[in-house]
Ligand binder design. Sequence first.
Ligand SMILES: Cc1cc2nc3c(=O)[nH]c(=O)nc-3n(C[C@H](O)[C@H](O)[C@H](O)COP(=O)(O)OP(=O)(O)OC[C@H]3O[C@@H](n4cnc5c(N)ncnc54)[C@H](O)[C@@H]3O)c2cc1C
Length: 376
Amino acid sequence: MRTTLVPAAVGTPELRELRAEVRAFLQESIANGVFVPKADSWQSSINTDFSRMLGERGWIGMTIPKEYGGHGRSALERFVVTEELLAHGAPVAAHWIADRQMAASILSHGTEEQKQKYLPGIARGERYFGIGMSEPDSGSDLASVRTRATRDGTRWRISGTKLWMTSAHVATNMIVLVRTDEGERHQGLSQFVVDLPNPGIQINPIITVDGEHHFNEVVFDDAILEADALLGERGAGWRQVTGELANERSGPERLLSPFPLLAEWAKNVDADDAPATLELGRLFSRVMMLRQMSLGVARKLAAGQQPALEAALVKDLGTTFEGDLVETVRRMAMTEPLSGTTAYDKLLADGIRHSPAFTLRGGTNEVLRSIIAKGL
Ligand SMILES: Cc1cc2nc3c(=O)[nH]c(=O)nc-3n(C[C@H](O)[C@H](O)[C@H](O)COP(=O)(O)OP(=O)(O)OC[C@H]3O[C@@H](n4cnc5c(N)ncnc54)[C@H](O)[C@@H]3O)c2cc1C
C-alpha cells in the first residue's frame, strides 16, 4: 500500500498546486540523494545547504512581509509546505525554530532595526536560532530561571546556564529568557536576541542516546550584549514567551514527527492483512483529525489571536499520537530495528529512540494538561 499525508485533491486549487510543487521537489531530492528521509527530522536533521535551497524557493519565511525579505504568503500556504517537509522527513532542523517562532516574535516585539537585521536572513534560510529557556533546575517551572542580565552603562552583562538548547551548535543567534529585574515570579523577566559567536558564551555538546548531537548546554559567563539586543519590553519576557509558545506547540511537527515511518511501513502492508490494515486505518484517521485541530490553531494565530490553550491541547493529543504510532508500527513490524539496515529499520530505530522526547520537548504533557484544565 502507498500512503501520502494528504490526498493531492485536498484544498483550494492554489494550495493543491503548491502542495504538488513541494511534493515533486522533495521526491526528486530524495531520488537524487540530496537527503535520506528521517523520522523526527525537524529536531535532528541539520543540512544548511538544504535550508538555503528552501530559502531560494521561497519556502522559508513565507508569512514574513515582503519588505523584510519574506514572501507575504498565508499561514495556510506555510502549513502545506511544513506538512510536506515533515511527511518526507526532510532535513529542516537548522532553520526550523527561526522559521516557526522567531520570525513571528521579532515581527511582534522587535524594533524596526531588529526586523531589518534578522528577518531577511531567516527567509533566506541562513539565520538559525536556538531557544534559551530551560535551565538546570528550571524546566517545567520556567519562571524560576536564574540566568541574569545586569545593566552596565549602555550594555548588558549576562551570566548563567541554559540547558537542552536544540541546534545551538549551528545557530547564528539565540533568544534567551533571563531575569533583569526583581519582582513576582512572572515579572522582571526579559528576552534578548544574541548574535553568535560571543566570547562570553560557551556552547557545550550534549550527546543523546542515539549517539547524535542535537542538544547543548550554553554557559553565559559575563557575556556582553549591546543595548539593542533587548527584544520587546524590559520585564515583559514572560508575556512574550507565553505568546511564542502557541506557535511552538501547535504546528504539524507536533503530530507528524514519525510520519515517514508510517509511510514506509504502509508500503509493506498487504491489503489482505486485516490486523495491519486496521491499525493503519486507525493511525491515519487519528492523524487526519489532529491535522484539522492543528489547522484550526494556525487559523487563529493568523487572525492575531493567542490560542495558548488550544495549542496545548493539540500538542498533548498530537505527541501522544506520535508515541502510539511508533509503538504500533514496532508491534506490527516483527523486526529488530536497532541492528537492521533497511530504510524502514532505520526509520523505526529513529522513531523508537526519539519517541521519549515527543511528550517532553516544548513543555511536558502533564504541564500542558494542567494549562488545559485551568483554562477550561
Ligand atoms: C528533544 C528536546 C528538545 C528540547 N529543546 C529545548 C530547547 O531548544 N530550548 C529549551 O530551552 N529547552 C529545550 N528542551 C527542554 C524542555 O523544554 C524541558 O525538558 C521540559 O520543559 C521539561 O523540563 P525538565 O526536563 O526540567 O523536567 P521537569 O520540569 O523536571 O519535569 C520532570 C517531570 O515532572 C513533571 N512535572 C513537573 N512539573 C509538574 C507539574 N507542575 N505538574 C505535573 N507534573 C509536573 C513533568 O511533566 C515531568 O514528567 C528540550 C527538551 C527535549 C526533550
